[in-house]
Design a protein around this ligand. Structure first.
Ligand code: DCP
Ligand code: MG
Length: 699
């Protein structure tokens, strides 16, 4: 690990650090960072530059390449902006933020919980291993599951050539001409996944499945009851999995889920790594751990942290804590600092009710509508089987499409009845698809959510419109994509469907932590802000954590959440120039840059529509409300809606007044309005009935 760290350090430099040497012969592929060139387990000895060059040569000129280049350019611009903001920080600012960071580190440290033992299990080359079981002649030969357009995974023999998941098959074949391709067969993988879960259940009845081939188990009790070490339990479990399935898996043990996951990758395949529940051991482990090993830190975050802050290892997060607090929102900075401390989740969530079930398919780009409908029928059938297995029915059906140009569109409908039959799913999915035709696609996905079983989330009477779906349906009517008589409303959902790099995996299980997606990649977390996003001025369109909301009188309004962190800063602040910059979300910037991202939702702009980022944090103001706070969330939504309506209303009124009133009357009326709004009770709330009247006028 130390070696890896040194190598990375020498390869990379922060904005304030070394200057790269560009005097050599140009090697454009070296700056072409795609997912294909990242090391996965079993790729240690791969000639990275050779792979990079082949990937570059083979993708050059393709739509994928263009898209990657645009994303890269956008990321570079973001990095430059952040560097510029860093440069503006005075030593006094930095020292203030360092104090904030020190305080946060102290607070976070109290959360170190060494009382639980977590085990993370990850099957080895899962799809490939299952295929080899059914066709033993594949054993020992390089093979990949998937086709020429995309592969889902490769066995370890193929990985030695640089072949890996999410890589188009034609590139893989170039890297390894002997490569054997086997088509995907989800039924088989689900069958074997079920077998593994039966084993997991014996060790932890509440185990958390993270995907078909991955699970987290709290083995604290088993270790105690059977007087076994965690390593022994891991070994026994792996042996049982092998006996039951004929498949090997790898295990990681740690005091929390984040560490356990990192550990399971260390001795892959068919190995295990135990990190003792000891603070010193954790800190030593973390000190040299490259940040990319952490779930939630993907390509974008890695580059930003490395190039702006010079952060390469988890420990570096603590050293640069001040800058992180200066440039990121509290929750993002907290995440980074927690990583630096080796903190992770230790509790099994009490209610782990599933929020949605989805599946998706990647295929070679085509415009063939008949094949779209066939795929949709298959997906509807599989979704229906999954729903019935879980005894669920859902009301929101979402269609996900990835076009040939890698643009991702999501279209959803919230129905007035709960559905789970393949006939119903197909019927509504087809309507959603029809509205998108003609189109050239490479992926189709379906998701059902808002479950009947999900009582907390479901209104007592589903036909009764909540403010949420009313607002959404207002947008839907503007889009007028579907027959409103049969469909309630259309929504856009920015973050769902376990969208792996190929899009081939089933996203039907509860995500743990950051679900393997990149924290700062706006395509996955469109509303996760970093605070330095604004280019130059203070015109951020979404008010963020440190930026108090203005009430209708122009006074600053603080939510309790916002207050606490702001206090932390202002208590320490001596110089008002250290107030951070304007805040525009990455998503907003993406739009400004007109950047088609892999996961950019391309349907109507719901920039101001409230979303719960990570199902936890309000995308509009950053306030955090856990999903169980259903009423509070509704109220919070109402607050934002009222704000928006009143803005609309005052704009409208001003225009009308200008026409109708004399200047004198105008001033008097404004005074009256101001007086009326001064009542704190009025803030952001108007009667519910009025909402509906206003909603239909304004949306
Ligand atoms: N998968 C996919 N698309 C991806 C990544 C994975 O469809 N981009 C599928 C195929 C994998 C399975 O999910 O077999 C599990 O994913 P892993 O990341 O665990 O990869 P493997 O199990 O194949 O390999 P290993 O865990 O040994 O690295
Ligand atoms: Mg695996």
């Amino acid at each position: 690990m130390e070696k890896e760290k040194e190598k990375e350090k020498s390869e990379k430099s922060s904005c304030s650090g070394d200057i790269e040497d560009h005097t050599e012969t140009p090697r454009p592929w070296q700056s072409f960072h795609t997912v294909y060139t990242n090391a996965k387990a079993g790729m240690d000895g791969v000639n990275k530059e050779k792979v990079q060059r082949i990937v570059y040569d083979m993708s050059k000129g393709s739509k994928y390449f263009e898209n990657e280049e645009r994303k890269e350019a956008f990321m570079r611009q973001k990095i430059d902006n952040m560097c510029a903001h860093c440069a503006k920080l005075t030593p006094a600012d930095i020292s203030q933020y360092q104090k904030v960071a020190d305080r946060r580190i102290l607070e976070l440290e109290t959360k170190h919980d060494m009382s639980r033992i977590w085990l993370h299990i990850d099957m080895d080359a899962f799809y490939a291993a299952v295929e080899t079981l059914s066709n033993p002649s594949l054993k020992g030969k390089p093979m990949a599951v998937g086709g020429m357009s995309m592969i889902s995974t490769a066995n370890y023999e193929a990985r030695r050539f640089g072949v890996r998941a999410a890589m188009p098959g034609f590139i893989a074949r170039k890297l390894c001409p002997e490569l054997i391709f086997v088509p995907v067969d989800f039924k088989k993988y689900t069958y074997y996944s079920d077998l593994t879960r039966k084993v997991f259940q014996k060790y932890d009845p509440n185990f958390m499945a993270a995907s078909l081939d991955e699970a987290y188990l709290d083995i604290t009790d088993v270790c105690k009851e059977r007087s076994m070490t965690s390593g022994e339990v891991a070994k026994e479990l792996r042996t049982t999995v092998f006996e039951e399935t004929g498949l090997t898996c790898s295990a990681g043990v740690g005091s929390n889920r984040l560490l356990a996951k990192v550990c399971s990758d260390i001795n892959k395949p068919n190995g295990q790594f135990v990190l003792p529940n000891d603070r010193m051991a954790v800190m030593t482990f973390i000190s040299s751990l490259p940040i990319r090993k952490i779930g939630g830190i993907g390509k974008v975050t890695e580059h930003i942290l490395r190039d702006v802050f010079g952060i390469n290892t988890c420990e570096d997060m603590l050293q640069k804590g001040g800058l992180l607090c200066a440039l990121f929102s509290r929750s993002t900075a907290d995440f980074f600092l927690s990583v630096g401390l080796g903190l992770g989740q230790t509790e099994t969530p009490q209610v782990r009710s599933r929020k949605s079930i989805s599946n998706e398919r990647t295929f070679s780009s085509t415009e063939d509508e008949a094949s779209f409908y066939q795929k949709l029928a298959d997906l509807a059938e599989m979704l229906s089987v999954d729903m019935r297995k879980e005894g669920l029915s859902g009301r929101t059906l979402t269609l996900k499409l990835k076009t040939t140009t890698f643009e991702v569109r999501t279209r959803a409908v919230t129905l007035q009845k709960y559905i789970c039959s393949s006939v119903d799913i197909l019927k509504y999915a087809s309507k959603l698809l029809k509205a998108e035709l003609p189109v050239s696609l490479r992926l189709i996905g379906l998701r059902l959510s808002q479950f009947y079983a999900d009582k907390a989330a479901a209104p007592a009477d589903p036909t009764q419109k909540t403010l949420t779906n009313f607002l959404i349906s207002g947008d839907a009517s503007r889009e007028s994509m579907v027959d409103s008589s049969s469909m309630g409303s259309i929504v856009n959902d920015h973050h769902f469907m376990n969208d792996t790099e190929t899009g081939l995996s089933m996203g039907s299980h509860e995500a743990c932590g950051y679900d393997g997606r990149d924290l700062l990649d706006s395509s996955h977390f469109p509303d996760l802000e970093d605070r330095n996003c604004a280019i130059g001025n203070n015109d951020g369109e979404m008010q963020k954590f440190h930026e108090p909301l203005n009430d209708e009188n122009g006074n600053k309004v603080n939510t309790p959440e916002r207050k606490s962190y702001q206090n932390a800063v202002s208590e320490l602040k001596t110089d008002s120039s250290s107030v951070p910059f304007a805040f525009r979300s990455l998503d907003e910037e993406n739009k400004r840059a007109n950047l088609p991202d892999d996961d950019t939702v391309s349907s109507s702009n719901h920039g101001e529509l409230l979303l719960w980022v990570n199902d936890y944090k309000c995308s509009l103001c950053g306030i955090e409300l856990p999903p169980c706070f259903v009423e509070e969330r509704q109220e919070h939504f109402d607050f934002h809606l009222a704000e928006r309506l009143q803005k609309e209303e005052s704009r409208c009124d001003t225009r009308m007044l200008r026409h109708r009133l004399s200047p004198k009357d105008n001033i008097a009326s404004q005074r009256k309005r101001k007086k009326q709004r001064a009542s704190p009770k009025d803030k952001g709330h108007i009667p519910i009935d009025l909402f509906f009247v206003k909603s239909s006028q304004n949306f």
